[in-house]
Write a protein that binds this ligand. Structure first.
Ligand code: ADP
Ligand code: ZN
Length: 602
């Protein structure tokens, strides 16, 4: 049976080898058993169900939450010669009816279906009449309330086990800590499933968290020096900021588009299409954008606001570099972010338990931001895995962080909060510490408090750094009303001098040039190959435009690169290029051979 799987891998997808554990997952399904697959974004989850759906008799049903992207998935499969279709409310009744009929006649290999359809008795009745090869539940974390993408439609997927006990099921996700994992397995009735967890590391992504100074300018510099005309995503927290940032970047000559849930649906769709189809577009977006975006050549993900959890951060940054080529996860982070998020959480109306969970998750994220050791080791550790050595490809590894003994400064800061009755924000507290005479200080008589002027040895910026780290590390809480700082339980030991505290030395420079940027350059092309590379890209672009599909659906960058490395000169040789299956060989082989031989100039 595995022989058939290898054959499909090669003839349909054009690859020679499975990436473990793809082979084991596929074997499990081919034996008729259930599987639960946890793989990072870009790990290769799709083949885990696409290949068994092709090898087994009948049609494979893929449940996916994002109807806007189903058509793209179908297009990509059709390009490879797979008989695929999708069904969702956006497609219209006539289309959906046709798909049903085709499936009944055995004319389809794979159908993508929106989860809400499975609640319809009519849909279940139809499926009962079809010959089914498997059910694949993509983005399976959507069933978990503990996770961050909960969708109530996913809950009813438990019906599959009851109605189709003999059809193998596979659930797939990229994000899952143990708790989410357990919830997924319980809710989907996958207790018997074989579990496959592949390493969470994404070595081609360079993680960097830089201190916020002038975020827009820092972002621009990052884009200009490292990601000129690359496709990427810039995440912001609010819709307003998304629009302002997209506009500003456009004014600076960057090809930027906005995306958030408040935009008209047609605008949103149009921007998304352009991001997929055109090259080098920067999408400025809220987290409404991204799930299921299978664009392989996203070269960077930038955050202008702090995500609320490590899961969210890892999932968002994971959208970079699915093709395995060097990519950057860049974030600018500062005191205001910490205060804003803590304040939002203090004011949240959720129940206590939920709030506590949110708080814990935020603290994890803050810990990552303030970290002085390898970021990747911590990220991977968070997901229950280990990385023995520091990675060498994160900012802290590339430019080691200095630390200083901040015990004394922290005590001054905390006692200043106490002496001014825990009623003030950072700006005022720093003024008191530095002994400035402001109107507010005179009015409140704060030049009389014992902490007035005791902090002249540090600059405003250094004090901001101390306060940020105290809040991030939980020594200070933030009041919901006006963002006043309050002492937390844990601050006592520090105040009493029973505990010492090491703080990071903040440096403002963006660690762009040395070391970092070289690795972040997109696909490395040899000097003498640049013309040919551009010609191959132009050929790809032309073929894509003719069919109205994104260029990467013709061939990925990695495939073009393989052409450069091997310079095939016959159709047979071309068929050995990674990513070239039978159908694509027939359809596009000659066009690319002409470019490679110099016969065709585009
Ligand atoms: P995921 O869904 O896990 O994010 P995908 O299924 O989109 O990942 O795969 C990521 C990329 O890896 C795709 O470009 C895919 O073509 C490629 N890929 C997957 N499996 C293999 C393989 N066995 N050999 C070569 N490339 C692969
Ligand atoms: Zn590192």
């Amino acid at each position: 049976m595995m022989q058939a799987a290898y054959k499909v891998l090669n003839s349909v997808f054009g690859y020679d080898q499975f990436r473990p554990p793809q082979d084991q997952v596929i074997e499990t399904l081919l034996q008729g058993d259930d599987a639960f697959v946890l793989m990072p974004t870009g790990g290769g989850k799709s083949l885990c169900y696409q290949i068994p759906a092709l090898v087994r008799d009948g049609v494979g049903i893929v449940i996916s939450p994002l109807i806007a992207l189903m058509q793209d998935q179908v297009d990509a499969l059709t390009q490879a010669g797979v008989r695929a279709a999708c069904m969702n409310s956006a497609m219209g009744n006539e289309h959906n009816y046709q798909v049903e009929q085709q499936a009944l006649r055995g004319e389809l290999d794979i159908i993508y279906i929106a989860p809400e359809r499975l609640a319809l008795q009519r849909c279940l009745d139809w499926l009962l009449q079809c010959r089914l090869s498997l059910f694949a539940i993509d983005e399976a974390h959507c069933v978990s309330q503990w996770g961050h993408d909960f969708r109530s439609d996913y809950l009813q997927l438990s019906v599959l086990q009851q109605v189709f006990p003999h059809v193998p099921r596979i659930a797939l996700t990229a994000t899952a800590d143990n708790k989410t994992r357990e919830e997924i397995m319980a809710r989907l009735g996958l207790e018997q499933a074989r579990v496959f967890v592949s390493g969470f590391d994404r070595p081609n992504i360079q993680y960097r968290i830089t201190l916020k100074d002038n975020p827009k300018k820092q972002l621009l510099k990052f884009l200009q020096t490292e990601h000129q005309s690359h496709a990427g995503v810039v995440y912001c927290l609010s819709r307003k900021k998304v629009e302002a940032t997209a506009q500003w970047l456009s004014e600076q000559g960057i090809h930027a588009l906005p995306y958030h849930a408040g935009l008209d649906k047609s605008v949103r769709q149009c921007n998304q299409e352009r991001f997929l189809r055109e090259e080098g577009i920067v999408m400025v977006a809220t987290i409404a954008f991204g799930m299921g975006i299978d664009k392989p050549d996203v070269r960077f993900v930038a955050h202008l606001d702090l995500p609320k959890s490590i899961e969210a951060y890892y999932q968002e940054t994971g959208r970079a570099g699915r093709d395995g080529e060097p990519s950057t996860a860049w974030m600018a982070y500062g005191l205001e972010d910490v205060i804003k998020l803590k304040q939002m959480m203090a004011g949240s109306e959720a129940n206590e338990q939920f709030k506590r969970i949110e708080q814990q998750k935020l603290n994890g994220m803050l810990g990552l931001a303030e970290l002085t050791s390898c970021r990747r080791q911590t990220l991977i550790g968070y997901f229950g895995d280990t990385l023995a050595e520091p990675c060498g490809n994160c900012d802290n590894c590339l430019t080691p962080v200095q630390t200083w003994d901040g015990t004394d400064a922290a005590r001054k800061a905390l006692s200043c909060v106490y002496r001014t009755d825990q009623r003030f924000g950072v700006v005022h507290l720093i003024n008191v510490l530095r002994g400035k005479i402001t109107d507010k200080i005179t009015q409140l008589n704060h030049h009389q408090v014992s902490t007035f002027g005791i902090g002249q040895d540090l600059s405003d910026g250094q004090w901001r750094s101390v306060f940020r780290q105290l809040v991030a590390r939980g020594y200070l809480n933030v009041n919901f009303d006006y963002g006043q700082l309050l002492l937390s339980e844990t601050s006592r030991a520090l105040l009493r001098g029973e505990e010492s505290l090491m703080l990071r030395v903040d440096t403002m420079q963006t660690k762009s040039s040395k070391g970092g940027s070289k690795k972040s350059k997109s696909v490395d092309i040899k000097e003498e190959d640049i013309d040919l590379w551009e010609a191959l890209r132009a050929c790809r672009k032309q073929l894509a435009t003719e069919q109205g599909i994104p260029p990467f659906m013709i061939f990925h960058d990695a495939t073009l690169k393989d052409m450069l490395d091997n310079k095939p000169d016959s159709l047979q040789a071309f068929g050995n290029i990674s990513g070239v299956g039978k159908k694509k060989l027939e359809q596009y082989g000659q066009a690319f051979l002409d470019v490679l031989s110099g016969d065709k100039v585009i």
